[in-house]
Design a protein around this ligand. Structure first.
Ligand SMILES: [Zn+2]
Length: 73
């Protein structure tokens, strides 16, 4: 039997990676992916946790970028 320990949480919630935000993250993206929408991300690790709002913003931005890609090509 394993005793109930204090370190039994499945996953620690990381704060949003966008500077000045710090809200609890809902999604993790690859840092390179997140950079497509947010320029000033800290160069720390390879994953970028994003909060709900910033994830939405990222989706919007990348969707737009994809559209623009299509036009340029
Ligand atoms: Zn955020």
């Amino acid at each position: 039997m394993t005793p109930p320990g204090p370190s039994h949480e499945p996953e620690v919630e990381e704060p949003c990676v966008v500077p000045g935000c710090g809200a609890p993250s809902v999604r993790h993206l690859a840092l390179a992916e997140a950079r497509k929408a947010f320029d000033r991300l800290p160069d720390k690790g390879r994953r970028a946790p994003l909060c709900r709002d910033h994830y939405r913003e990222w989706k919007k931005t990348t969707k737009l970028a994809r559209k623009l890609d299509r036009i340029t090509w």
